[in-house]
Design a protein around this ligand. Structure first.
Ligand SMILES: Cc1ncc(COP(=O)(O)O)c(C=O)c1O
Length: 370
């Protein structure tokens, strides 16, 4: 018999209720003016997002995955090039490298699940062209160290900032460190569209120019195709929604941080590890990740009490079937592998109540006999 859900992992219906009037007004505005592609709403969203992140350009696209691929492509990365990246991410971080014809080379992660700069250095070869760090769960990777390595070895840095809207490192927003960064506006992100969406930011005029062409078939104007591109445009409806949601992002992130701190205060450390936030890290908490002893039994125990949790993700990227061609094996990245065996994301969103957080923390503590 299934137990009624007491604490949902995420609750997008509540988000709709909170924003209903404004979201419907966005829809109405766009429908009434009757234009849906590359309109003023799109330009305005791009200007506002660029300002928010602290970049010269923002080019909106169909997804974060497209933003990653287009960043790689526009920066000239392709066949014969190696790109150093992390085995702890969503598959798109690696997939984008493969799709431009380059080779992903993994470097192991730190305790906080972000790529370890000391491991990056060990992986540099004459073929290395770029580093692609991921700001996993909204915690910015150690960008000072990564940018130092990049400068020393003349490497390009493309940030996978898919999860980092609202996240800062030494006071600087995620996505503003490297040559280009890719953001996702997938429904599970803090700044989320009504469906898929994404954007690329860069300070590089030429990268922005190329990506603007590439996202719309390489058309310079209606009759002039200067290269063969794709169709990857953020539609006007989502641009209008994202403009509105960008104005609320700080509020959403603040509520998520408050909830994360409540969890931290209530869950007894020991058998369950919650990576700390260092003073220079302002995590945006797209997820609330723990590393738990006896993870699968804990997950089942929570489910029996109506608490949803998710293994995010249980397979390190080098161990997927698709990665067989890269020639890695279990044991190659021991920190990442251990984390994948232990990782558990607890329910986490801005609508969680203190009672719900208390319920989850109590259940976790009880499971471990506390
Ligand atoms: C770390 C990371 N990279 C890339 C992506 C891909 O973004 P999208 O789903 O918008 O294509 C995601 C989104 O899930 C992600 O979390």
């Amino acid at each position: 018999m299934s137990v009624p859900v007491q604490v949902p992992f995420i609750d997008l219906k509540q988000r709709y209720q909170e924003e209903k009037t404004e979201l419907l007004a966005c829809v109405e505005r766009v429908l009434e003016q009757g234009h849906f592609v590359l309109t003023q709403e799109v330009n305005e969203f791009e200007q506002q997002a660029a300002r928010y992140v602290g970049a010269r350009h923002c080019v909106s696209l169909n997804s974060g995955t497209d933003a990653l691929m287009m960043a790689l492509w526009a920066l000239g990365i392709g066949k014969g090039d190696e790109v150093i990246t992390t085995p702890v991410s969503f598959v798109a971080s690696t997939g984008s490298i493969v799709h431009v014809g380059a080779t992903p080379v993994y470097a192991d992660v730190r305790d906080d699940q972000n790529i370890d700069p000391a491991e990056i250095v060990k992986k540099i070869t004459p073929r290395t062209k770029a580093i692609l760090p991921v700001h996993w769960t909204g915690r910015i990777a150690d960008m000072n160290a990564i940018m130092d390595i990049a400068r020393k070895h003349k490497l390009i840095v493309i940030e996978d900032a898919a999860q980092s809207m609202g996240a800062y490192y030494h006071g600087k927003h995620g996505g503003s460190f490297g040559h280009a960064a890719a953001f996702s506006a997938h429904p599970l992100k803090n700044l989320n569209a009504l469906g898929d969406g994404g954007f690329l930011v860069t300070d590089d005029d030429e990268v922005a120019r190329k990506v603007r062409l590439y996202r719309t078939h390489g058309l310079q104007d209606r009759d002039t195709c200067v290269l063969y591109g794709v169709n990857s445009r953020l539609d006007s409806l989502n641009a209008e929604v994202l403009k509105y949601r960008l104005s609320r992002l700080d509020n959403i992130v603040a509520r998520r941080r408050r909830n994360a701190n409540l969890y931290r205060g209530l869950i007894k450390p020991g058998p369950i590890y919650i990576p700390e936030d260092k003073p220079h890290e302002q995590n945006s908490f797209v997820m609330f990740i723990t590393q738990a002893n006896d993870r699968d039994r804990l997950k089942a125990y929570l489910a029996e009490r109506g608490i949803e949790s998710l293994v995010y993700y249980g397979t390190a990227l080098h161990l997927h079937k698709a990665a067989e061609r890269l020639g890695y094996k279990r044991g190659d990245f021991p920190v990442a592998e251990k984390q994948c065996d232990r990782v558990l994301a607890l329910p986490h969103h801005q609508h969680l109540t203190e009672d719900q957080i208390g319920l989850v923390a109590d259940a976790v503590n009880k499971f471990y006999g506390g």
